[in-house]
Design a protein around this ligand. Structure first.
Ligand SMILES: [Zn+2]
Length: 436
């Protein structure tokens, strides 16, 4: 049995993650500027705050709601050159283009020491703007996702001004769960320098982490309501059941559906309308949650409870595809995917005459990448589990499962961190007692 490796044909080479970054070619800067001017400039309002005198190089931390974020970034940073820390899956079949555009490829939710050196080169040698999306995937419900707790340390190490880009409207314009159809929504982005070099020198990594985390908070449904933005598209709720997978009336999971502007539970028959202002309203009886992110957080609390009571586990047969390099997805066939507190994610399968086991323990993953409509392989929902060398794209056999897997990954990680912290404190207390 191979551990964290698959018995590939010798011809298949792994992508070189140690590759040196390239400076963004000016032609790419211009192309993205022209493209973004045409596609979004009319609907975009960009507000710069505390940005006087800020010139490249600097470090942008941005929220992430869709591809449109990259277009806004191109307009906000013009004429400076920009390098994005991008997922390696984004390099699929266009690796050279991505490199010439200055991007650095990273496997999601892995710790890559080489990345820091690459970031330093972009800022110090190229003098470019470095952009990072610490949520590491698109927001499922239009609110801030869990951030890596190493962000403060990274900023401290890089020693450059930190600018936070917060996009509003991008999720409403193109929600992750129905990204192909756009809604007619204005875009508003704030570009704020939140830390100067002097601040970074002075503050601790924890203080820096807090400043950035606070600055990155957003809630698209609140923004929609506060600004009276009407989404009149008749299909506006279609796909929302993938994210709001549990019914708050009968508590049944995975039996929600959407049709037009209606979200419903096929188990108990309860129905809600997603209003033009982004609120849920029961057609008959109790609404329970009118604010979609509050519904989502209720699901999170339920997952947390399952974990604490030792009831949480996931076990399914999945179709697996891997991406050892950026050229082709390799079909690995059927495998067993399990997820639990004890072992984290485990994929067990058989390929090319040999069994393999891919293991990602809970403590190493603060989140996981999911997709609701992954166009590169099969337009269905999937979960992507990465190791340092490879990415495994798993399609569950049962529908509407991936949102809960994503929430469970985050909650398992938090529980693990809390346990570690409690142990550390108990050790320190014991030590202090001895010294007395
Ligand atoms: Zn129900």
């Amino acid at each position: 049995m191979l551990l964290n490796k698959v018995n590939y044909d010798k011809k298949i080479k792994y992508h070189n993650m140690q590759k040196e970054p390239k400076k963004q070619l000016l032609i790419f800067k211009w192309i993205t500027k022209i493209f973004s001017d045409i596609s979004i400039k009319k609907r975009l309002r960009l507000e710069k705050i505390n940005m006087e005198g800020v010139k490249a190089p600097y470090f942008i931390i941005s929220n992430h709601m869709g591809f449109v974020d990259l277009e806004v970034n191109a307009l906000a940073t013009y004429p400076a050159r920009v390098s994005h820390i991008a997922t390696l899956e984004g390099h699929y079949r266009r690796s050279l283009l991505m490199e010439l555009d200055g991007c650095i490829g990273k496997r999601k939710f892995t710790t890559d020491p080489h990345l820091i050196t690459a970031c330093e080169k972009i800022l110090n040698k190229f003098g470019s703007v470095l952009t990072m999306y610490p949520e590491a995937r698109y927001s499922p419900i239009g609110t801030t996702a869990i951030l890596p707790d190493s962000l403060g340390q990274l900023i401290k190490r890089l020693k450059h001004d930190v600018v936070v880009l917060v996009h509003h409207g991008n999720y409403l314009f193109s929600p992750f769960w129905d990204w192909r159809r756009k809604r007619d929504v204005p875009l508003y982005t704030t570009m704020t320098r939140v830390l100067t070099k002097a601040d970074i020198e002075e503050k601790t990594p924890e203080e820096i982490q807090k400043t950035v985390t606070d600055a990155l908070q957003y809630d698209e449904y609140k923004y929609q309501k506060d600004n009276g933005i009407r989404i009149t598209e008749p299909y506006r709720a279609e796909g929302l059941h993938k994210v709001l997978y549990q019914c708050p009336i009968c508590n049944t999971e995975y039996e929600m559906y959407t049709e037009g502007a209606i979200l419903g539970c096929s188990h108990c028959g309860h129905k809600w309308e997603l209003t033009e202002l982004g609120e849920l309203r029961a057609l008959d009886g109790e609404t329970v949650f009118s604010h979609p992110p509050t519904w989502y957080e209720w699901q999170r609390a339920n997952v947390r409870k399952e974990i604490e009571e030792g009831r949480y586990s996931f076990n399914d047969e999945v179709d697996v595809y891997s991406l050892p390099n950026t050229k082709n997805f390799i079909e690995l066939g059927k495998a067993r995917l399990t997820h639990s507190m004890e072992t984290g994610f485990v994929i067990e399968g058989h390929y090319n005459g040999e069994d393999y086991k891919i293991s990602r323990p809970v403590a190493g993953m603060y989140g996981v990448h999911i997709e609701y409509d992954y166009c590169y392989i099969r337009s269905e929902e999937c979960i992507q589990i990465s190791t340092m060398d490879d990415t495994f794209i798993c399609y569950p056999s049962e529908k509407n499962r991936v949102t809960k897997l994503s929430i469970a990954t985050e909650e398992l990680y938090k529980v693990k961190q809390e346990e570690k912290k409690a142990k550390r404190e108990a050790r320190l207390a014991k030590k202090a007692e001895k010294q007395e």
